[in-house]
Design a binder for this molecule. Structure first.
Ligand code: FE2
Ligand code: ZN
Length: 455
């Protein structure tokens, strides 16, 4: 009975909700533009501004899209609302999503940009429209739900959230995570961007450009930083804050006696990613060169392991499968300023996300455990695949030497890095200060910067 009742109500709603805006203006197409690079894009990240906008009022903002909605209706047998624009564009919005995202003060708190609707009582089946109209000269969809609750959605808000594939891709690229551009050794010259330290510290545009290059290419050089041990921290603070590990916040790489980490030796440092034994592995390295060895050694090696992994996916799919499916034990045991530690994390060398995209690379010969908890017959094939991967990493590695004042910044989940050996005699020292940043903070800073620019 209940279902029958709801169905009937829906059908009535569908019939009633077909409402064509009586008049609309000639600004067809405005809405679809707003859906893309609008100056209104994601203003809500600035809540103070949003509040003042709300007070000062939406009316002015809405005028910009006057008349963009032609009609809004629920087709019979559909659980979506169809919104038709004057330019002919048509979007569908699930009713349950509309109800969940009601923007009224009982359901949404603009000050915190947060949904506050009571979900303990939320019933997906109850998202049934009693009445639907297009109002405010085609700028608002005005819904009265079957329980009398009223929701209004403005044209621009809806358009930005439309469920089309194109809009989804655009949103993910612009506001979630821009796609990386993978590169091989021969492309390094055009890929490596450099920025002046003072510029990145002093100007938001430079900060944003550095972050964008870091996301795109995975490695960026920052030049002319002052020669003190504080500069990595200053740079990290520009983005967010330093990611602490069991080696502390900043770490100093020189030739240390009785070290617990091979990075502190002057012998060659095989290509690796840092800290693979962390589940939440630090995302980005900042390596500040204060003193560089005058010897011919001490060259930085860096390769785009995403490019190599992608190449293996295409050319050596079986090896790729082994490296992306076999769990390897990564470990680090020792003592440093945070006291004793014993870390273990199991993950493949090539980690893929749920969509099969490259997510993270783990590779560190010293920190790959001798405990290898896999079936016996997996061992040898894995070693062969790994040997090919490392060979390719070395083939694709670029070699260069940082100079005092350089801060080499690179993704620790994408790049592998290393160093050729150097002769560490008196007057031929090397002094590097390093720190980490997490990608969550980097992406967050980028979104804040983009939002500010749009104001
Ligand atoms: Fe390292
Ligand atoms: Zn509401």
């Amino acid at each position: 009975m209940q279902i029958g009742g709801r169905l009937a109500a829906r059908l009535i709603a569908a019939e009633r909700s077909i409402f064509v805006a009586g008049s609309y203006h000639r600004f067809g197409g405005v809405l679809s533009r707003l859906g893309s690079h609008s100056s209104q894009g994601r203003q809500p990240f600035h809540t103070a501004r949003l509040q003042s906008l709300r007070k000062a009022v939406s009316v002015d903002a809405l005028r910009q899209v006057t008349g963009s909605i032609k009609s809004a209706y629920q087709p019979a047998s559909s659980r979506n609302l169809t919104v038709e624009l004057v330019d002919g564009q048509r979007y569908e919005f699930p009713l349950v999503w509309l109800r969940d995202n009601c923007q009224c003060p009982d359901c949404f708190h603009p000050g915190s940009y947060s949904r506050v609707i009571n979900w303990e009582r939320f019933d997906p089946e109850a998202a049934v429209i009693r009445e639907c109209a297009v109002s405010d000269d085609g700028n608002l969809v005005d819904i009265t739900w079957h329980d009398g609750h009223r929701s209004q959605f403005n044209a621009s808000w809806m358009s930005k959230r439309n469920f089309t594939q194109q809009n989804t891709e655009q949103y993910l690229e612009e506001w979630y995570r821009p796609k990386p551009r993978l590169w091989k050794r021969s492309e390094f010259g055009e890929v490596l961007k450099s920025f002046e330290f003072d510029d990145v510290i002093g100007r938001d545009e430079a900060l944003q450009a550095w972050i964008e290059a870091l996301i795109r290419y995975g490695v960026v050089m920052i030049r002319n930083a002052p020669l003190t041990e504080q500069e990595c921290r200053k740079l990290a603070n520009r983005v967010g804050f330093i990611r602490k590990t069991h080696y502390g916040e900043e770490f100093v790489v020189t030739n240390k006696e009785n070290t617990t980490n091979v990075a502190y030796l002057s012998t060659p440092l095989q290509m690796h990613t840092d800290l693979p034994y962390y589940d939440y592995k630090p995302g980005c390295n900042l390596l500040h060169c204060l003193v560089q060895s005058a010897s011919t050694g001490g060259q930085n090696l860096i390769a785009d392991a995403f490019w190599v992994a992608d190449h293996m996916r295409r050319e050596h799919p079986e090896d790729f499968r082994l490296l992306s499916e076999t769990l390897v034990n990564w470990t680090d045991v020792g003592v440093d300023e945070g006291g004793e530690f014993h870390s273990i994390y199991r993950a493949p060398v090539i980690c893929l996300d749920r969509e099969g995209k490259l997510e993270r690379i783990n590779h560190s010969v010293p920190q790959r455990d001798s405990f290898f908890n896999v079936p016996l017959d997996r061992v040898e094939p894995w070693y062969r695949a790994m040997a090919r991967f490392v060979r390719l990493l070395h083939q694709e590695a670029v070699e260069f030497k940082t100079m005092p004042g350089d801060i080499l910044t690179f993704s620790n989940i994408r790049m592998v890095h290393g160093r050729t050996g150097y002769t560490d005699t008196e007057g031929n020292m090397r002094h590097i200060v390093g720190a980490y940043l997490d990608w969550d903070e980097i992406y967050s800073r980028l979104r804040v910067l983009k939002g500010k620019k749009m104001e």
